[in-house]
Design a binder for this molecule. Structure first.
Ligand SMILES: Nc1ncnc2c1ncn2[C@@H]1O[C@H](COP(=O)(O)OP(=O)(O)OP(=O)(O)O)[C@@H](O)[C@H]1O
Length: 859
């Protein structure tokens, strides 16, 4: 009896405790805290997932042979931004479970968290069902779509779940059956989401019926989301409708919008509306982020057999390869520049002859692009692979690695023009970090010049060893320019640099780069590289679309481009040579380019355009009035060779305008390429580096130089003769620069130079140096009279007014030049000395008087 009593009191106590706990759990504070944790966890997962796409390759190798104690260590080499746990979660949820659709988990966590925190009202059941359905469906779809296509990637777009489920369904009902199942489930889900889906399906099956059905549905007063809000004074209300009916109708309408109230629960279940739709949206977009490389690179890849080891390389069913262009097309951040959208009134109103768009090429309409036969062709363009050499290298690599206790499971060689990349998959249990630590020893043991170890190859769990070929082959410029990739490029400023290690043509869009830094010790291929850049642009651009400003302190390298002055070169109004070799002229030219940049910005602002492309498109469509100063803007590419010499002699005077241009000029189509032999930090300063995101490194003398140019070692190990590393973004790409010889460039320049050109080179605006000493009539050089001198003299005599601004206006020249002409007029005795703010006196009376003075000047 006593025991029974004790038992009862115990169970009562337990019940009371449970009730208390339940109350606490149900309390608002607890819900808020749990909600907050859900949101925070969601954000953490987002970080882990997103980082996984960049760091997963590296982390996978560590996670696939887990050593729990190592993971707990601080130096665990995990690169995921969310740490080791984040990497594990991402690896598990993305690869081992649902692929990209694992993002649905994040969406649901955030939604649930928001709901618990009472920040937003969500119908959590629908979100759960919606997210779960989309996640499973998308995972299977991606598993099916990418299962066979992508191999050897570390990302499984549909996850193992998607892949296995799709495989199983396929085995049961075949691929067409699986497609039908996926289609049917998508439609069913759509119908559950909104009844409008039915209309869409009907319309797809029978367009006419679909319309009718939709119309019929519209007249039926149902609480559909598409139902239009009834207007109070709607005339259709018939007399037969009594007040209660009206009320019911209004209520049913509002129920469809305010479906969160409990009394509308039933209706909600019938018509799950826009919220689950929102849930589906982000995940539906996922596959678009995956870029499947349709045309594999023309790799010359050999799988080299390993005698002693069994190939146990796991064949990954998926591969997510970023297309090459994608890497280099990345939009750089726009410089801070504000352009208001308020197009000037006169421009808005302006509509030229719209039927006939402006053709910038019309001035030189018979211009012929350089032909490919101007370039040299070489016999051994695509040479055979020397299997003996390949096998010898393979055996050496295996032997060296084995001597360090590293076993490998497979080795693959990609034979490039000058380098072969051996891609090694380490045997199970070998950590990549171990190989990385032994990098120097391995390089020493392989002891060939130019060995570079990439551990791991970015995006893969493998290690790369680059070994120079015994018989390197040059990459002729002709082979690049004739390639389909170059011929069909849509880049604005296509720069063909050469071929990658996998024999793929390597191209960059300079318009997006947007400025390039080239470095390399003397004789390593810098000048050839610059010529390759110029040549590829010359083969693609019309003289009206592109101008070069060439700065060549060495005075010899670029003289070969002199013949194209009236087609492609830009210079200062009073500049004699278009190829600038004099340091003072360099400073003036760079400042003048800054003026051009400012002028262009003003034009863009007046036109309400954000960049040169939009602006030129508007101009071509005759939406911009040339009378308001608008003109077609060619791209300007500034090439500066021996930048180091310039900085040494002119210092800040050169650095400041360069930095200004680099910071701002991208949007207005001005791009700079600077080259130096000495990539030291006093030449390539922090500001320069920050503003030149694209870097080209030929072989440099030391590791320090490599660090200065690429922020990492590597360029000191290149083999020279055009072997280079191109960096834009994260990882450098090894490229064999295309070879274009001086006679080839000469032939191209001559071909262009012989054709009809513009009357002069492209005139850059005049730059007025505010700090320069005003010239006095005493030091005016009368032996170098301005070409406009005589005409200006006639003008002032005709107007009897010695005004600089008059000359400036009438001849559309800068103040500086007009001032110089006025000084010459004064020295010739045609006008009197400066007269304060008033115009000068004109001392010459008429034309005859002028003729006499002119003939005495010429004597
Ligand atoms: N892409 C290439 N392919 C094959 N050989 C090349 C390549 N680039 C350069 N070379 C070889 O290297 C030599 C030197 O190249 P280049 O004149 O471009 O060097 P550089 O770096 O400009 O030297 P410097 O700074 O002294 O002018 C060339 O004459 C050529 O023989």
């Amino acid at each position: 009896m006593q025991t029974k009593k004790t038992d009862t009191s115990k169970s009562e106590k337990a019940a009371a405790m449970a009730g208390k706990t339940w109350t606490i759990l149900k309390s608002e504070t607890t819900a808020f805290v749990i909600g907050l944790l859900c949101v925070i966890f969601g954000v953490y997962l987002l970080l882990a997932f997103s980082s996984f796409f960049f760091t997963g390759g590296n982390d996978q190798s560590i996670l696939s042979h887990p050593n729990p104690s190592e993971l707990l260590e601080t130096g665990n080499r995990i690169q995921n931004y969310a740490g080791a746990r984040g990497a594990q979660l991402a690896q598990f949820l993305i690869n081992d479970c649902f692929g990209f659709s694992a993002y649905c988990i994040i969406i649901f966590l955030v939604v649930a968290g928001m709901k618990l925190m009472k920040a937003y009202e969500f119908r959590i059941r629908y979100w759960f069902l919606g997210c779960a359905t989309v996640m499973v469906w998308l995972s299977v779809t991606l598993g099916f779509a990418f299962g066979g296509l992508l191999e050897n990637s570390y990302i499984y777009p549909g996850g193992l779940h998607g892949y296995n489920v799709s495989l199983w369904i396929r085995s049961q009902i075949g691929a067409p059956g699986l497609i039908l199942v996926l289609l049917a489930t998508a439609i069913l889900f759509g119908v559950a989401l909104t009844r409008q889906t039915m209309g869409v399906v009907r319309k797809a099956l029978h367009p006419q019926k679909g319309n009718n059905a939709a119309m019929a549905e519209e007249v039926t007063p149902q609480p559909e989301p598409t139902y239009r809000k009834p207007v109070v004074d709607e005339p259709e209300v018939t007399a037969a409708e009594d007040e209660s009916e009206k009320k019911e109708k209004k209520e049913s309408f509002w129920k469809s919008w305010t479906h969160r109230k409990p009394k509308q629960k039933k209706e909600e279940e019938e018509t799950p509306q826009e919220e689950p739709e929102k849930a589906a949206e982000p995940v539906k977009e996922e596959p678009e982020k995956v870029i499947v490389k349709e045309e594999p690179a023309p790799e010359r890849v050999i799988d080299l057999p390993i005698d002693t080891e069994e190939e146990d390389e796991k064949k990954h069913p998926f591969e997510v390869k970023p297309a090459l262009e994608e890497d280099f097309d990345k939009e750089e951040e726009e410089p801070a520049f504000e352009v208001s959208n308020d197009t000037k009134e006169e421009d808005q109103a302006y509509r030229g002859d719209v039927s006939q768009p402006y053709n910038p090429r019309l001035d030189l309409e018979f211009y012929r692009f350089p032909t490919l036969d101007l370039l040299n062709t070489y016999q051994n363009d695509d040479p055979d692979i020397d299997m003996e050499e390949q096998n010898a290298n393979k055996n050496r690599i295996i032997k060296v690695l084995r001597s360090f206790g590293i076993e490998i499971s497979s080795i693959k060689a990609s034979v490039g023009p000058t380098i072969t990349l051996y891609e090694i998959t380490p045997a199970e249990g070998v950590r990549i970090s171990k190989i990385r630590n032994l990098e120097d020893d391995i390089a020493l043991s392989l002891s060939a010049l130019g060995i570079r170890i990439i551990a791991p190859i970015p995006g893969k769990g493998t290690i790369g060893i680059e070994v120079p070929n015994a018989n390197p082959h040059i990459v002729p410029m002709s082979s690049i320019l004739t390639s389909k990739k170059f011929q069909e490029t849509t880049f604005d400023l296509p720069v063909a640099l050469g071929k990658t290690i996998t024999n793929e043509v390597f191209m960059v869009d300079l318009a997006k780069a947007p400025h390039m830094l080239v470095a390399g010790a003397t004789g390593q291929g810098k000048s050839v590289g610059l010529n390759a850049i110029v040549t590829s642009l010359l083969y693609k651009k019309h003289p009206s679309e592109l101008k070069f400003v060439i700065i060549d302190p060495k005075k010899v390298e670029f003289a070969i481009y002199a013949p194209i002055e009236r087609h492609f070169l830009a210079k200062l109004p009073d500049g004699e040579d278009a190829i600038i070799t004099d340091v003072t002229k360099v400073v003036q030219t760079l400042n003048s380019l800054c003026v051009e940049m400012d002028n262009r910005y003003k034009l863009l602002q007046n036109a309400g355009c954000r960049n040169i492309k939009e602006y030129n498109a508007k101009f071509i469509n005759r939406q911009l009035n040339p009378e308001n100063g608008h003109r077609f803007l060619p791209y300007i590419v500034i090439i500066i060779d021996e930048f180091g010499d310039l900085i040494m002699t002119a210092g800040k005077e050169v650095e400041l305008p360069i930095c200004r241009i680099a910071q701002l000029a991208r949007a207005v189509g001005i791009h700079a390429i600077i080259a130096t032999q000495r990539p030291t930090t006093n030449i390539i300063t922090g500001t320069i580096k920050a503003n030149f995101p694209a870097r080209v490194a030929f072989r440099v003398a030391s590791m320090m130089d490599s660090r200065t140019i690429l922020d990492r070692p590597g360029a000191q190990q290149l083999i020279g003769k055009g072997d280079m590393l191109y960096l834009q973004g994260n990882d450098p790409v090894r490229v064999q620069c295309a070879f274009v010889d001086t006679p080839e460039v000469e032939r191209i320049a001559e071909f262009i130079g012989k054709q009809q050109g513009y009357p002069t080179a492209f005139m850059l605006p005049e730059y007025v140096d505010e700090n320069a000493e005003p010239s006095s009539a005493a030091d005016v050089d009368m032996n170098r009279l301005d070409p406009l001198f005589e005409e200006a003299a006639r003008l002032v005599i005709y107007h009897q007014q010695g005004s600089t601004s008059l000359i400036q206006r009438k001849f559309s020249i800068g103040y500086n030049r007009a001032g110089r002409i006025m000084d010459q007029l004064e020295k010739a005795g045609i006008v009197g000395p400066a007269n304060g703010s008033k115009a000068r006196d004109v001392l010459c009376l008429d034309e005859n008087d002028l003729q006499m003075r002119m003939s005495s000047l010429k004597d």
